[in-house]
Design a protein around this ligand. Structure first.
Ligand code: S3P
Length: 434
Protein backbone atom coordinates (compact mmCIF):
# COMPACT_ATOMS: atom_id res chain seq x y z
CA UNK A 1 0.00 0.00 0.00
CA UNK A 2 1.46 3.42 -0.91
CA UNK A 3 2.39 5.66 2.01
CA UNK A 4 -0.02 8.55 2.41
CA UNK A 5 1.88 11.80 2.71
CA UNK A 6 0.28 14.54 4.85
CA UNK A 7 -0.36 17.54 2.65
CA UNK A 8 1.39 20.61 4.00
CA UNK A 9 -0.18 24.03 3.68
CA UNK A 10 1.35 26.34 1.11
CA UNK A 11 1.09 30.03 0.30
CA UNK A 12 1.35 31.05 -3.34
CA UNK A 13 1.88 34.77 -3.85
CA UNK A 14 2.55 36.95 -6.89
CA UNK A 15 4.15 40.35 -7.28
CA UNK A 16 1.80 43.16 -6.17
CA UNK A 17 1.94 46.85 -6.92
CA UNK A 18 0.36 48.51 -3.92
CA UNK A 19 -0.83 47.82 -0.40
CA UNK A 20 -3.81 49.95 0.57
CA UNK A 21 -6.49 50.02 3.22
CA UNK A 22 -7.12 49.79 6.91
CA UNK A 23 -6.54 46.61 8.91
CA UNK A 24 -6.37 45.27 12.44
CA UNK A 25 -4.18 42.37 13.47
CA UNK A 26 -4.82 39.83 16.23
CA UNK A 27 -3.96 40.38 19.90
CA UNK A 28 -0.43 40.58 21.23
CA UNK A 29 1.02 37.11 21.81
CA UNK A 30 3.30 38.02 24.72
CA UNK A 31 0.55 39.90 26.56
CA UNK A 32 -2.01 37.13 25.89
CA UNK A 33 0.26 34.51 27.51
CA UNK A 34 0.86 36.75 30.51
CA UNK A 35 -2.85 37.52 30.96
CA UNK A 36 -3.68 33.80 31.15
CA UNK A 37 -0.75 33.04 33.44
CA UNK A 38 -1.30 35.93 35.84
CA UNK A 39 -5.09 35.53 35.71
CA UNK A 40 -4.64 31.91 36.82
CA UNK A 41 -2.63 32.83 39.92
CA UNK A 42 -4.50 35.99 40.92
CA UNK A 43 -7.67 36.03 42.96
CA UNK A 44 -11.03 36.77 41.34
CA UNK A 45 -12.39 36.74 37.80
CA UNK A 46 -10.12 38.14 35.11
CA UNK A 47 -11.97 39.05 31.92
CA UNK A 48 -9.59 39.24 28.94
CA UNK A 49 -10.49 41.00 25.69
CA UNK A 50 -8.27 40.94 22.61
CA UNK A 51 -6.82 37.52 23.52
CA UNK A 52 -4.75 35.94 20.73
CA UNK A 53 -6.67 32.78 19.89
CA UNK A 54 -3.72 31.05 18.22
CA UNK A 55 -2.01 27.71 18.91
CA UNK A 56 0.73 29.13 21.20
CA UNK A 57 -1.67 30.92 23.54
CA UNK A 58 -4.19 28.06 23.41
CA UNK A 59 -1.39 25.86 24.79
CA UNK A 60 -1.05 28.19 27.78
CA UNK A 61 -4.82 28.07 28.38
CA UNK A 62 -4.82 24.26 28.22
CA UNK A 63 -1.96 24.04 30.70
CA UNK A 64 -3.72 26.16 33.32
CA UNK A 65 -6.92 24.16 32.80
CA UNK A 66 -4.84 21.04 33.52
CA UNK A 67 -3.54 22.81 36.63
CA UNK A 68 -7.14 23.08 37.88
CA UNK A 69 -8.06 26.63 36.83
CA UNK A 70 -11.55 27.30 35.47
CA UNK A 71 -11.24 29.15 32.16
CA UNK A 72 -14.30 30.05 30.10
CA UNK A 73 -14.26 31.24 26.52
CA UNK A 74 -16.89 33.89 25.76
CA UNK A 75 -15.77 34.59 22.22
CA UNK A 76 -12.77 33.78 20.02
CA UNK A 77 -10.83 36.67 21.60
CA UNK A 78 -12.57 36.82 25.00
CA UNK A 79 -11.84 34.68 28.03
CA UNK A 80 -12.73 34.66 31.70
CA UNK A 81 -10.27 33.16 34.13
CA UNK A 82 -11.29 32.31 37.66
CA UNK A 83 -8.06 32.39 39.67
CA UNK A 84 -8.02 31.55 43.35
CA UNK A 85 -4.72 33.03 44.33
CA UNK A 86 -1.11 31.89 44.58
CA UNK A 87 -1.87 28.61 46.33
CA UNK A 88 -4.63 27.24 44.12
CA UNK A 89 -2.87 25.24 41.40
CA UNK A 90 -3.42 21.46 41.41
CA UNK A 91 -1.09 18.66 40.37
CA UNK A 92 -1.76 17.92 36.69
CA UNK A 93 -2.80 14.41 35.72
CA UNK A 94 -0.79 14.44 32.50
CA UNK A 95 2.49 15.77 31.07
CA UNK A 96 1.96 19.45 30.25
CA UNK A 97 2.46 20.22 26.57
CA UNK A 98 3.36 23.69 25.27
CA UNK A 99 3.32 22.73 21.58
CA UNK A 100 5.65 25.20 19.81
CA UNK A 101 5.54 27.90 22.49
CA UNK A 102 8.88 28.86 24.07
CA UNK A 103 7.22 31.59 26.12
CA UNK A 104 4.84 29.06 27.69
CA UNK A 105 7.50 26.54 28.72
CA UNK A 106 9.86 29.16 30.17
CA UNK A 107 7.26 31.19 32.07
CA UNK A 108 5.22 28.25 33.35
CA UNK A 109 8.35 26.43 34.58
CA UNK A 110 9.00 29.37 36.93
CA UNK A 111 5.58 28.83 38.49
CA UNK A 112 5.79 25.01 38.60
CA UNK A 113 9.12 25.20 40.45
CA UNK A 114 7.44 26.77 43.49
CA UNK A 115 4.41 24.43 43.81
CA UNK A 116 3.93 21.64 46.33
CA UNK A 117 3.61 19.01 43.58
CA UNK A 118 5.75 17.53 40.82
CA UNK A 119 5.07 18.00 37.14
CA UNK A 120 6.57 17.46 33.70
CA UNK A 121 6.44 19.87 30.81
CA UNK A 122 7.37 19.35 27.17
CA UNK A 123 6.52 20.44 23.63
CA UNK A 124 6.93 19.74 19.94
CA UNK A 125 10.07 18.79 17.98
CA UNK A 126 11.27 22.41 17.82
CA UNK A 127 10.73 23.00 21.56
CA UNK A 128 12.80 19.90 22.37
CA UNK A 129 15.77 21.65 20.71
CA UNK A 130 15.43 24.97 22.55
CA UNK A 131 17.83 25.73 25.39
CA UNK A 132 16.37 25.63 28.90
CA UNK A 133 19.61 25.83 30.92
CA UNK A 134 19.06 29.57 30.93
CA UNK A 135 16.03 29.06 33.21
CA UNK A 136 17.20 25.89 34.96
CA UNK A 137 20.29 27.60 36.42
CA UNK A 138 18.58 30.55 38.13
CA UNK A 139 15.64 28.38 39.23
CA UNK A 140 18.06 25.91 40.88
CA UNK A 141 19.70 28.84 42.68
CA UNK A 142 16.22 29.59 44.08
CA UNK A 143 15.95 26.02 45.36
CA UNK A 144 14.13 24.39 42.46
CA UNK A 145 14.60 20.73 41.56
CA UNK A 146 14.58 20.29 37.79
CA UNK A 147 15.91 17.61 35.47
CA UNK A 148 16.11 17.96 31.70
CA UNK A 149 17.43 16.08 28.73
CA UNK A 150 21.23 16.78 28.59
CA UNK A 151 20.48 19.15 31.49
CA UNK A 152 19.22 21.62 28.90
CA UNK A 153 16.35 20.42 26.71
CA UNK A 154 12.67 19.53 27.31
CA UNK A 155 11.01 17.52 28.69
CA UNK A 156 11.59 19.23 32.04
CA UNK A 157 10.72 17.28 35.17
CA UNK A 158 10.07 19.66 38.01
CA UNK A 159 9.74 18.67 41.68
CA UNK A 160 8.02 21.62 43.34
CA UNK A 161 9.98 23.05 46.30
CA UNK A 162 9.82 26.00 48.69
CA UNK A 163 11.81 28.67 46.84
CA UNK A 164 13.91 31.54 48.15
CA UNK A 165 14.68 34.92 46.60
CA UNK A 166 17.87 35.58 44.62
CA UNK A 167 19.69 38.49 42.98
CA UNK A 168 20.40 37.45 39.44
CA UNK A 169 22.36 39.01 36.57
CA UNK A 170 20.94 37.74 33.29
CA UNK A 171 23.77 36.76 30.93
CA UNK A 172 21.50 37.47 27.92
CA UNK A 173 18.66 39.96 27.54
CA UNK A 174 15.67 37.62 27.53
CA UNK A 175 12.14 38.53 28.58
CA UNK A 176 11.28 34.86 28.82
CA UNK A 177 14.05 34.18 31.33
CA UNK A 178 13.39 37.42 33.23
CA UNK A 179 9.67 36.59 33.43
CA UNK A 180 10.37 33.01 34.52
CA UNK A 181 12.45 34.27 37.46
CA UNK A 182 9.92 37.00 38.32
CA UNK A 183 7.13 34.42 38.46
CA UNK A 184 9.25 32.07 40.57
CA UNK A 185 10.04 35.14 42.71
CA UNK A 186 6.33 35.64 43.33
CA UNK A 187 6.25 32.17 44.94
CA UNK A 188 9.50 32.70 46.93
CA UNK A 189 10.34 34.04 50.36
CA UNK A 190 11.99 37.46 50.15
CA UNK A 191 12.76 39.98 47.41
CA UNK A 192 14.05 38.72 44.06
CA UNK A 193 16.08 41.09 41.87
CA UNK A 194 16.97 40.56 38.23
CA UNK A 195 19.34 42.73 36.19
CA UNK A 196 19.47 42.51 32.40
CA UNK A 197 22.33 43.55 30.10
CA UNK A 198 19.82 45.36 27.83
CA UNK A 199 16.14 46.01 28.32
CA UNK A 200 13.91 43.22 27.00
CA UNK A 201 10.13 43.43 26.69
CA UNK A 202 8.55 44.39 30.00
CA UNK A 203 4.95 43.15 29.72
CA UNK A 204 5.30 40.93 32.79
CA UNK A 205 6.45 43.84 34.95
CA UNK A 206 3.69 46.10 33.63
CA UNK A 207 0.93 43.53 34.17
CA UNK A 208 2.18 42.53 37.62
CA UNK A 209 2.21 46.20 38.57
CA UNK A 210 -1.30 46.65 37.13
CA UNK A 211 -2.54 43.73 39.25
CA UNK A 212 -1.06 45.15 42.46
CA UNK A 213 2.12 43.08 42.88
CA UNK A 214 4.95 44.64 44.85
CA UNK A 215 7.29 45.19 41.91
CA UNK A 216 9.82 47.96 41.28
CA UNK A 217 11.82 48.76 38.18
CA UNK A 218 14.98 50.80 38.36
CA UNK A 219 16.96 51.02 35.13
CA UNK A 220 17.81 47.48 34.07
CA UNK A 221 16.90 45.97 37.46
CA UNK A 222 13.47 44.59 38.44
CA UNK A 223 12.65 43.64 42.03
CA UNK A 224 9.63 41.66 43.17
CA UNK A 225 8.43 40.72 46.67
CA UNK A 226 7.39 37.12 47.05
CA UNK A 227 4.25 35.66 48.57
CA UNK A 228 2.09 38.71 47.93
CA UNK A 229 -1.30 37.91 46.41
CA UNK A 230 -2.32 39.68 43.19
CA UNK A 231 -5.91 40.68 42.35
CA UNK A 232 -7.64 39.95 39.04
CA UNK A 233 -8.68 42.89 36.86
CA UNK A 234 -10.05 43.10 33.35
CA UNK A 235 -7.33 43.14 30.71
CA UNK A 236 -7.71 44.59 27.23
CA UNK A 237 -4.95 43.39 24.88
CA UNK A 238 -3.80 45.53 21.92
CA UNK A 239 -2.88 44.21 18.47
CA UNK A 240 0.53 42.56 18.18
CA UNK A 241 3.21 44.93 16.84
CA UNK A 242 5.20 41.87 15.68
CA UNK A 243 2.26 40.76 13.51
CA UNK A 244 1.81 44.36 12.31
CA UNK A 245 5.46 44.54 11.24
CA UNK A 246 4.85 42.27 8.21
CA UNK A 247 2.28 44.76 6.89
CA UNK A 248 4.46 47.79 7.71
CA UNK A 249 7.21 46.39 5.53
CA UNK A 250 4.74 45.34 2.80
CA UNK A 251 3.39 48.90 2.55
CA UNK A 252 6.85 50.48 2.73
CA UNK A 253 8.33 48.33 -0.07
CA UNK A 254 5.50 48.62 -2.60
CA UNK A 255 4.59 51.66 -4.73
CA UNK A 256 1.74 54.10 -3.99
CA UNK A 257 0.89 52.27 -0.80
CA UNK A 258 -0.97 53.72 2.18
CA UNK A 259 -1.92 51.48 5.06
CA UNK A 260 -3.47 52.09 8.47
CA UNK A 261 -3.06 49.44 11.14
CA UNK A 262 -5.44 50.06 14.04
CA UNK A 263 -4.95 49.51 17.74
CA UNK A 264 -1.38 48.25 18.01
CA UNK A 265 0.66 47.81 21.21
CA UNK A 266 3.37 50.49 21.19
CA UNK A 267 5.31 49.46 24.27
CA UNK A 268 8.80 51.01 23.81
CA UNK A 269 10.44 47.64 24.57
CA UNK A 270 8.70 46.27 21.44
CA UNK A 271 8.81 49.13 18.96
CA UNK A 272 12.42 48.71 17.84
CA UNK A 273 11.06 47.74 14.40
CA UNK A 274 9.26 51.09 14.08
CA UNK A 275 12.39 53.08 15.04
CA UNK A 276 14.59 51.05 12.69
CA UNK A 277 12.19 51.30 9.76
CA UNK A 278 11.94 55.06 10.34
CA UNK A 279 15.75 55.26 10.36
CA UNK A 280 15.71 53.35 7.05
CA UNK A 281 13.54 56.09 5.59
CA UNK A 282 10.09 54.56 6.02
CA UNK A 283 7.19 56.95 6.55
CA UNK A 284 5.38 55.75 9.69
CA UNK A 285 3.07 57.86 11.81
CA UNK A 286 1.94 56.81 15.26
CA UNK A 287 -1.57 58.14 15.82
CA UNK A 288 -4.18 58.24 18.61
CA UNK A 289 -1.72 57.14 21.29
CA UNK A 290 -3.18 56.22 24.65
CA UNK A 291 -2.53 53.92 27.61
CA UNK A 292 -4.67 50.80 28.10
CA UNK A 293 -4.12 48.51 31.12
CA UNK A 294 -0.63 49.94 31.67
CA UNK A 295 0.43 49.41 28.02
CA UNK A 296 0.84 52.13 25.35
CA UNK A 297 -1.44 51.63 22.34
CA UNK A 298 -2.04 53.52 19.07
CA UNK A 299 -2.67 53.31 15.32
CA UNK A 300 0.03 53.20 12.66
CA UNK A 301 -0.06 54.85 9.25
CA UNK A 302 2.57 53.72 6.71
CA UNK A 303 3.30 54.94 3.19
CA UNK A 304 5.53 53.63 0.38
CA UNK A 305 9.06 54.80 1.00
CA UNK A 306 12.53 54.69 -0.47
CA UNK A 307 14.52 52.48 1.88
CA UNK A 308 18.16 52.92 2.82
CA UNK A 309 20.44 50.43 4.57
CA UNK A 310 21.16 50.55 8.31
CA UNK A 311 23.59 49.14 10.87
CA UNK A 312 21.97 47.34 13.78
CA UNK A 313 24.03 46.46 16.86
CA UNK A 314 23.59 44.24 19.90
CA UNK A 315 21.86 46.90 22.01
CA UNK A 316 18.96 47.20 19.52
CA UNK A 317 18.33 43.46 19.14
CA UNK A 318 16.06 42.77 22.18
CA UNK A 319 13.63 45.50 21.02
CA UNK A 320 13.14 43.85 17.63
CA UNK A 321 14.14 40.25 18.29
CA UNK A 322 11.10 38.77 16.53
CA UNK A 323 11.20 41.24 13.65
CA UNK A 324 14.63 40.37 12.21
CA UNK A 325 13.19 38.00 9.56
CA UNK A 326 10.93 40.74 8.13
CA UNK A 327 13.68 43.33 8.57
CA UNK A 328 15.95 41.14 6.45
CA UNK A 329 13.29 41.23 3.73
CA UNK A 330 13.11 45.05 3.95
CA UNK A 331 16.93 45.23 3.76
CA UNK A 332 16.95 43.42 0.39
CA UNK A 333 15.10 46.47 -1.00
CA UNK A 334 17.20 49.10 0.81
CA UNK A 335 20.06 50.98 -0.83
CA UNK A 336 23.41 50.04 0.69
CA UNK A 337 24.65 47.33 3.02
CA UNK A 338 22.48 46.51 6.04
CA UNK A 339 24.48 45.03 8.88
CA UNK A 340 22.79 43.06 11.66
CA UNK A 341 25.16 42.19 14.52
CA UNK A 342 24.84 40.72 18.01
CA UNK A 343 21.79 38.66 17.04
CA UNK A 344 23.07 35.14 17.87
CA UNK A 345 19.86 34.51 19.87
CA UNK A 346 18.11 34.16 16.53
CA UNK A 347 19.83 30.83 16.07
CA UNK A 348 17.81 29.33 18.97
CA UNK A 349 14.33 30.58 18.07
CA UNK A 350 11.59 28.49 16.44
CA UNK A 351 14.20 27.88 13.72
CA UNK A 352 17.76 29.10 13.19
CA UNK A 353 16.48 32.36 11.76
CA UNK A 354 19.89 33.62 10.61
CA UNK A 355 20.51 30.48 8.56
CA UNK A 356 16.99 30.06 7.24
CA UNK A 357 16.44 33.69 6.21
CA UNK A 358 19.88 33.82 4.56
CA UNK A 359 19.26 30.62 2.59
CA UNK A 360 15.67 31.34 1.53
CA UNK A 361 16.20 34.99 0.53
CA UNK A 362 19.36 33.96 -1.36
CA UNK A 363 17.22 31.54 -3.39
CA UNK A 364 15.16 34.59 -4.43
CA UNK A 365 18.31 36.35 -5.63
CA UNK A 366 19.07 38.46 -2.53
CA UNK A 367 22.74 39.10 -1.74
CA UNK A 368 23.24 38.01 1.85
CA UNK A 369 26.30 36.99 3.85
CA UNK A 370 25.47 34.84 6.84
CA UNK A 371 27.55 35.76 9.92
CA UNK A 372 27.83 33.94 13.24
CA UNK A 373 25.83 36.65 15.00
CA UNK A 374 23.85 38.19 12.16
CA UNK A 375 23.80 39.02 8.47
CA UNK A 376 25.12 41.44 5.87
CA UNK A 377 22.45 42.25 3.31
CA UNK A 378 23.37 44.07 0.09
CA UNK A 379 20.57 46.04 -1.53
CA UNK A 380 18.59 46.86 -3.41
CA UNK A 381 18.24 43.57 -5.29
CA UNK A 382 15.51 42.44 -7.65
CA UNK A 383 13.96 39.36 -6.09
CA UNK A 384 12.57 36.54 -8.18
CA UNK A 385 9.78 34.21 -7.21
CA UNK A 386 10.70 30.60 -6.49
CA UNK A 387 9.85 27.72 -4.13
CA UNK A 388 10.78 28.34 -0.49
CA UNK A 389 10.46 26.58 2.86
CA UNK A 390 9.41 28.08 6.21
CA UNK A 391 11.26 25.37 8.18
CA UNK A 392 8.17 25.27 10.41
CA UNK A 393 8.80 28.80 11.68
CA UNK A 394 5.77 31.10 11.63
CA UNK A 395 7.74 34.35 11.34
CA UNK A 396 9.89 32.97 8.51
CA UNK A 397 6.73 31.87 6.65
CA UNK A 398 5.15 35.33 6.95
CA UNK A 399 8.37 37.23 6.13
CA UNK A 400 8.87 35.16 2.96
CA UNK A 401 5.26 35.78 1.92
CA UNK A 402 5.92 39.53 2.12
CA UNK A 403 9.14 39.06 0.12
CA UNK A 404 6.94 37.40 -2.53
CA UNK A 405 5.00 40.68 -2.94
CA UNK A 406 8.06 42.37 -4.46
CA UNK A 407 9.49 39.34 -6.31
CA UNK A 408 8.94 38.80 -10.03
CA UNK A 409 6.64 35.93 -10.95
CA UNK A 410 5.24 33.47 -8.47
CA UNK A 411 6.61 32.67 -5.00
CA UNK A 412 5.55 29.43 -3.31
CA UNK A 413 6.16 29.04 0.41
CA UNK A 414 5.88 25.48 1.67
CA UNK A 415 5.06 24.41 5.19
CA UNK A 416 2.97 27.40 6.22
CA UNK A 417 0.68 25.69 8.78
CA UNK A 418 3.03 27.08 11.42
CA UNK A 419 1.54 30.56 10.87
CA UNK A 420 -1.34 29.38 13.07
CA UNK A 421 0.96 29.43 16.11
CA UNK A 422 0.80 33.24 16.16
CA UNK A 423 -1.34 34.65 13.37
CA UNK A 424 -4.26 32.62 12.00
CA UNK A 425 -5.84 34.70 9.23
CA UNK A 426 -2.56 36.34 8.16
CA UNK A 427 -3.01 35.41 4.50
CA UNK A 428 -6.64 36.62 4.36
CA UNK A 429 -5.71 40.00 5.87
CA UNK A 430 -2.84 40.34 3.40
CA UNK A 431 -5.08 39.50 0.44
CA UNK A 432 -7.58 42.15 1.60
CA UNK A 433 -5.04 44.97 1.10
CA UNK A 434 -3.10 43.93 -2.03
C1 S3P B 1 8.94 36.63 24.32
C2 S3P B 1 10.24 37.00 24.40
C3 S3P B 1 11.21 36.88 23.31
C4 S3P B 1 10.53 36.62 21.97
C5 S3P B 1 9.40 35.64 22.06
C6 S3P B 1 8.36 36.10 23.07
C7 S3P B 1 8.06 36.80 25.49
O1 S3P B 1 12.10 35.81 23.61
O2 S3P B 1 11.47 36.19 21.01
O3 S3P B 1 8.78 35.49 20.80
O4 S3P B 1 6.82 36.78 25.35
O5 S3P B 1 8.60 36.94 26.60
P1 S3P B 1 13.42 36.06 24.51
O6 S3P B 1 13.02 37.01 25.54
O7 S3P B 1 13.82 34.74 25.07
O8 S3P B 1 14.43 36.62 23.54
Amino acid sequence: MPLKSKKMAQIVIEKKKTVRGEISVLGDKSISHRAVILGSISSGRMFIKGFLNALDCQATVKIFSSLGIKIERQHSDELSIYGKGLKSLKKPLEVLNVGNSGTTIRLVSGILSGQDFSSSITGDKSIKKRPMRRIIQPLRQMGAEITASEDNYPPLNIVGKPLHAINYNLPIASAQVKSCILLAGLFSHGETSITEPFKSRDHTERMLNFLGADIKVSGLTVTISGKKEIKAKNIIIPGDVSSASFFMVAAAMTENSQLTIKNIGLNPTRTGIISILKAMGVYIEEQNKKEVCNEPVGDLFIKSSRLCAIKIGKESIPGLIDEIPILAVAATQAKGVTEIKGAEELRVKESDRIKVMSSELSKMGAKIEEKKDGMLIYGPTKLKGCQLDSYGDHRVAMALTIAGLVASGKTVIDNTDCINTSFPGFEEILRSVV
